[in-house]
Design a protein around this ligand. Structure first.
Ligand SMILES: Nc1ncnc2c1ncn2[C@@H]1O[C@H](COP(=O)(O)OP(=O)(O)OP(=O)(O)O)[C@@H](O)[C@H]1O
Ligand SMILES: [Mg+2]
Length: 289
């Protein structure tokens, strides 16, 4: 812990958070925690404290995590090649096994443990647990075959509701189940977007490893509306891992979620800055004023 400000200032900071606590009391906040934003242990610890605080003050955070760098690291150790197409991992049989082990095992339990060490209660799930995520093979318009890459066809929110009510923070690894019981690797942004829509989340936050959506000069777009997002995607300004992120924000906004935020998970306490202060961080995506 760093040195504390003057105690009176501390009291003022707390009281400034009151309206936000009141506004989001009982609300669901879907938070996508990017694999690239969780590589530093001290940032992981801060993230765990932040979500524990959110739950403590009456909000219901639902975490969906990625794990790109962690999957790549094990693939490399096993001598398997990693191949990406527009932010999606080409997933053959062997890669699917690694994805399921790394996301559902290592990364998921690390986040769960972090929250518990911060004094919160967390449960780790993949889409297989509690019948959470139904999926089918993702068919791309360009016809490229990505193997076991899936898309969400149905979300069963029953287990999420149970956990929320019991004081648990759900931590979800983006693995879906197909109609024949097969595992699908689903981009975590897409899972988070589907959950935000189905759960009618009050906020949808994507934490990544860039300051937000950037223009070709590297400057931040502080605010984007639906029509602008569509334009950026059509103009090729959005590439790689930002493609599924903006796609799922579009789906969430058109599906009734009021606001989505793409924020820099490398900034200490980025989540608290976004939720409890007037100064949003990153890019706000919304059609509302
Ligand atoms: N216009 C853009 N603005 C910002 N980032 C962009 C843009 N176009 C492409 N990107 C890329 O998108 C990346 C973020 O997506 P990426 O999938 O790599 O991370 P993540 O989704 O946070 O992690 P994970 O996939 O492991 O969950 C950035 O690091 C950046 O390289
Ligand atoms: Mg990604």
């Amino acid at each position: 812990m760093t040195s504390l400000p003057d105690p009176r200032l501390q009291a003022e900071i707390l009281i400034e958070a009151l309206p936000y606590m009141q506004r989001f009391q009982g609300s669901i906040l879907v938070i996508k925690y990017g694999g690239n934003a969780m590589t530093e242990p001290h940032l992981q610890e801060q993230f765990a404290h932040d979500v524990t605080l959110l739950k403590q003050v009456g909000m219901n955070p639902v975490i969906v995590h990625g794990g790109g760098p962690q999957i790549n690291s094990l693939l490399q150790r096993l001598g398997l090649a990693a191949q990406m197409v527009e932010g999606m991992r080409v997933t053959d049989n062997a890669t699917m096994e690694v994805v399921e082990m790394v996301l559902g095992g290592l990364v998921n339990k690390q986040i769960v443990l972090g929250i518990q060490r911060a004094g919160g209660k967390a449960i780790g799930l993949t889409g297989k647990d509690g019948d959470l995520l139904h999926a089918q093979k993702l068919e791309r318009v360009d016809g490229k075959d990505l193997g076991w890459v899936g898309e969400v066809t149905r979300v069963n929110t029953e287990i999420i509701q149970l956990l929320d009510d019991g004081g648990y923070i759900p931590v979800i690894a983006p693995i879906g189940v197909g109609p024949h019981g097969e595992s699908f690797n689903i981009n975590a942004d897409l899972v988070a977007g589907a959950l935000a829509r189905t759960l009618h989340a009050a906020k949808f936050i994507l934490m990544t490893n860039v300051p937000g959506v950037l223009n070709p000069q590297g400057q931040l777009y502080e605010r984007l509306r639906v029509a602008e997002i569509q334009q950026l995607m059509a103009n090729g300004i959005i590439t790689g891992g930002m493609v599924p992120k903006l796609q799922c924000c579009l789906d969430a906004l058109t599906g009734g979620v009021r606001a989505a935020h793409i924020i820099d998970g490398r900034v200490p306490h980025a989540l608290l800055l976004e939720i409890f202060t007037r100064h949003g961080v990153g890019t706000l995506l919304s059609d509302l004023d």
